[in-house]
Each structure stands twice: as C-alpha cells, then as structure tokens.
Ligand binder design. Sequence first.
Ligand code: V47
Ligand code: SF4
Length: 380
Amino acid sequence: MVTDKVLAPELQSIAAKVKAGERITDADCLTLFEKASLGFVGSLANSIKERLHGDKVFFNRNFHIEPTNVCVFSCNFCSYSKLYAQKEDGWELTIQQMLDMVKKYDGKPVTEVHIVGGVHPKMDLIFFADLLKQIKAHRPDLHIKAFTAVEYDYMFRKAKLSVEDGLKFLIEAGLDSIPGGGAEIFHPEIREKICADKVDADGWLKIHETAHLLGLHSNATMLYGHIENYTHRVDHMRRLRELQDRTKGFNTFIPLKFRNKDNDMSNVPESTHIEDMRLYAIARIYLDNFPHLKAYWPMLGRQQAQLSLSFGVDDIDGTIDDTTKIYSMAGSEELNPAMSTTELVHLIRQAKRAPVERDTLYNEIQNFGKTGENVNPDLN
Ligand code: V47
Ligand code: SF4
C-alpha cells in the first residue's frame, strides 16, 4: 500500500485522486515522471489494472506479414527500412507469397494477422485492397489488423482519396482494425528530429479518428526512451487521451522502447529497465480512458514483459510465430520471436496472473486460470 504520511504533498494528492477513481492532470503526470519512485507508481498502476481487469492478463494467437522493408521515408530510429534507391537489400512480397503465408496457418487456431511494413511507392491502395480481399476469401474468420497511419497517409494521398473514402474502400475489402504504429512522438520539436518526412501528429490522429467514426477500433503507440523529455511524453499521451474522450475507439496503448542497433540513432543510449517500468505505470495512471495497456514482448524481451505485469500492463500481445523482423533488426534480444500458447500461459502464470486468450477486440476466448487451475491438454 502507498503510505501517504511519508509522501510529498503533490504525490499524496495524486494518490488520493487515483484511489477515488479520478483523472489526473497533465501537471500531475509530469510530477509522476519527475518525482515518483518506481514503487509508488507501480502500486497505483497495479491497483488500477486490478480494478479494470482483476488478475487477468490477455494474449492472442497471431502472426505478422511484413509486405516490404523498402520505404520512401527515412526515420532516424529505424533499423528495418531500406531506401527505395537501395532496394536490392530489401524484400518485396507478392500477393501470392503473402497468401501462402496465410495458408500456412490453415487448420491452426490463430485469430489475427497483423500486416505492417515499409512504405513502398509501388504497393498502392489497389494492391493492398486486393491482398485483403484474397485473405478474406481464403479465411473469412481471420481478423485483419493492417497498416499504420503512415502507410494510409501515403496510400490515400497517392490515390487522391480522402481518409474517409480510402478507409471505406479498404473496409469493403476486408480491413477489420488498425495497429498503433507510426505515432512515435507527436511533439514537433522531436518529430522533426526523428521522422521529419512522414505524416505529422495531426495527420496520424485524423486517420485514427476517422477510423473510429467508421466503426473500426485501433491501437496507439509511443516510441520512447531516446531524445524526448518527460513533457514530450505527457504531450503525446494528452493528445491520445483527448481523442479517446471523443471517440472511445482505441483499444490499447503500447509504449515501444527505442532500440538502438544499426540505425542513425545508435549513439543514443537505451532506457533503463526502471525507466521502462515507470513509464508503463505512469501511462496506466494517466490514460484512464484506455481499456488496455500492452507490453509488446518481442521488443521488450519476455522477462521485462513479465515484470511489466506488476506495473499496470494487462496484455502482452501474442504468439507472433517468428513473423516479424522490426525488433530483432533494431537490437531486441528476441532474435526469432515466437512463443507457443503453452509458453505464454506459463509466463503469465509465473507472474501469478490468469492468462486469458482474447481476440483482437478483447472478446475472451479462453481463461486458462492461475497456476494449476483449468489445465487444458490442448494448449498449443
Ligand atoms: O511505428 C521502429 C517502431 C513501430 C524501432 O498495434 C521501433 O498491436 C523501437 O507499431 N526501436 C511499428 N521501436 C510496430 C507497431 C506495433 C507493434 C506491435 C503491436 C502493435 C499493435 C503495433 O515500430 C513503428 C516504430 O515506432 N520502431 N524502429 C526501434 N529502433
Ligand atoms: Fe519507413 Fe516505418 Fe521505418 Fe519510418 S519507421 S523508415 S516509415 S519503415
């Protein structure tokens, strides 16, 4: 428990708000970043997580398709992309190759495909609509979570379509929801230094708002732990909280820890584990209108992801099945990210939580229960 007596008055006031279920202000959030210990924010965040979800921790059975790593943009933190001019180093998958990847999962209980990649000038709206249609025709029950706001912005501008018309076109083709990538840090002071040439904050937020108004759900990310300071983090989360107040369309907030291998920011040190956990906890406290907080284990590493379950996190993404390269190329210790359902269940149970398999929209598929309960012989 948090003991009010030994706390600075501003921390006492924040603790009182959290206990009463009240929203904290931007200034409170900054105070937490500047002054609060890991134990203090962790205890508050865990109480919020338990109020929302009890001892449940969610995961899903999913795989990724990365259509290309060729990209017209040049984000300084990106270890993954190859410029269009040097595309001999990159890959470009055909629709048939991507469909074959989907077919590999025939008869397997995956519920989601996550499609995201570089921004290739020749892969346009028609190409991707065709991809979505063919995936849906082959496996109608597979949820397609596809393309970041950065990819949409480029695709729709090239097709000379409004965001609304472009999204409607892709929904018609089979799009089910939108992942949270491309948000990075919204504040222009930082955005101009790390990813100057891609969609700006207003463009990113407009695409998500339009998607929400069309009935889609989406996620939101924040790339943290590089050259941003605490006020930039608060600004980023404020913009997300404001949009969520209007639309309620976000499912999950996903902080993404900056990894510094083989990119133009390799001189910037990575954040410490303590700062990582403090950030998860503060995000859980501040983003009171986000139902879920995700620790993306391929990026954070499985042990840190497990630890984050005590700091407000209620979701650790999914099985992945070694189908993403973004993080291994950027220096994550997870070189071939794949976890069987058995491993995910075990990892969550070790943290004394109850693993719950969900679909993309957080409908519960199976509650495996805490250690020793509901042991299912068919975990894989
Ligand atoms: O936008 C790129 C990040 C994101 C690095 O919605 C890096 O469920 C750290 O958004 N260090 C794409 N991060 C991935 C993404 C995502 C991942 C998992 C789940 C979901 C979801 C979304 O990857 C990019 C960028 O922020 N990224 N390079 C790097 N060096
Ligand atoms: Fe391209 Fe995305 Fe990498 Fe930026 S982060 S260079 S948009 S692949």
